[in-house]
Design a protein around this ligand. Structure first.
Ligand SMILES: *Cc1c(COP(=O)(O)O)cnc(C)c1O
Length: 374
């Protein structure tokens, strides 16, 4: 039944489907919560850093007060490390918040927002929420972003084009864009179109893949760099991320954000986690080892997977369009939660977040078993 209440473009939105919570899967399949392995939401398998827990315990004493609306202490730490003034930084309730603020600041009904096919599911959501039109570009053979094609789409949109989302690495495909390609893109995009470079997985890039995105923010007044504390920093449950852009753009985001969009615990934890280089390094190494563990096994099983620069791998589990949901269900029954990606237009694939060695092994054992029974 369609309600008469509500805007048409809001009714058209398909809500975000996340990884299933452990407690829900335990209830639905009659499983013991403690035995469930969740590799579904690209969370840090090390959990939250101890340094962040300590900082939050301290901050908890002050929860009767509102958070610092301007996030002074966290911006100071970010500003020093990133080499930009504090008024170039926007804190967000997750980097998801930054993506939405960017869309709300520059686009409305009649406008167009451009992104790649098989890119992060929040891009169409942020687009539809403001009544703008999604222009999906691709896919390419590599399932990555085709930046020249995206540029052509921007140019074809003309004045309607307001924003383009680029994820590097991309979720759910794990694809990576070399710096040269992004730079050429930034140079070619009309200055009236805002480019959001979403680097939620930036910290997982191999040393030879890294580049200086802050230098681009300084050079391109139409760029917003978005980063997250949810993945490598292990703070997904707290909801905190940040955007970096020149002050004229940062000012726009600041006008429309909720005054207290980032809570006190999240700010305290992020300050600690950002400075906890040992935690970051440990997670990085664990991720590399887990990537090798998973992909070696996929090779042995004869499964196709996409090379990933993030903390997850997309693997093809069958040739029919039911394969992803079928294998996913069989895994769920064994207490393994991964992410089906049919809603990303990839029904033959599953996205596996890289977990602890023993979690990866449990998943691989279950998968091997399930494939043998197909
Ligand atoms: C996880 C993710 C985010 C956002 O995460 P937050 O928890 O909101 O910071 C943004 N972009 C991509 C591509 C992601 O995968």
């Amino acid at each position: 039944m369609t309600s008469k209440i509500g805007l048409k473009h809001i009714h058209a939105i398909a809500p975000y489907v996340g990884g299933r919570p452990i407690s829900e899967v335990a209830r639905d399949y009659g499983l013991d919560e403690s035995k469930i392995v969740k590799l579904a939401s690209n969370e840090n398998p090390l959990g939250m850093p101890q340094s962040a827990q300590d900082a939050m315990l301290k901050a908890a004493a002050d929860l009767g007060r509102y958070p610092d609306s301007n996030g002074f202490e966290l911006k100071k730490v970010l500003s020093e490390r990133l080499g930009v003034p504090a008024d170039w930084i926007t804190l967000g309730n997750g980097s998801n918040d930054i993506l939405e603020l960017a869309a709300r600041a520059v686009a409305q009904a009649g406008d167009e927002i451009i992104f790649s096919r098989h890119a992060f599911a929040v891009y169409p959501l942020a687009t539809q929420a403001v009544g703008a039109k999604s222009i999906e570009v691709g896919p390419t053979d590599s399932y990555g972003h085709d930046l020249p094609a995206m540029l052509a789409a921007i140019n074809a949109s003309g004045p309607k084009a307001k924003l383009v989302f680029v994820a590097n690495p991309n979720n759910p495909t794990g694809s990576y864009l070399p710096a040269k390609e992004i730079e050429a893109f930034l140079m070619a995009v009309p200055s009236s179109v805002v480019v959001v470079l979403d680097e939620a997985y930036n910290e997982y890039l191999a040393p030879e893949q890294r580049y200086d995105a802050i230098a681009w923010v300084k050079r391109f007044p139409n760029m917003i760099l978005s980063r997250s504390f949810s993945k490598a920093y292990g703070l997904a449950g707290l909801r905190i991320g940040y955007g970096v852009a020149q002050p004229h753009l940062t000012d726009l985001l600041n006008r429309i954000r909720q005054p207290f969009n980032v809570n006190s615990l999240a700010q305290a934890a992020a300050i600690a986690a950002f400075q906890d280089t040992a935690f970051l390094q440990k997670g990085f190494e664990l991720n590399r080892a887990g990537y090798a563990q998973l992909t070696n096994a996929f090779d042995q099983f004869g499964l196709t997977y996409l090379p990933s620069a993030g903390n997850f791998v997309l693997v093809k589990v069958g040739d029919d369009d039911e394969a992803g949901s079928r294998i996913n269900l069989a895994l769920l029954k064994r207490g393994i939660i991964v992410r089906p990606v049919g809603n990303y237009g990839l029904p033959q694939w599953l996205r596996i977040s890289i977990g602890l060695t023993e979690e990866n092994a449990a998943f691989l054992d279950a998968l091997k078993d399930i494939l043998a029974q197909q």
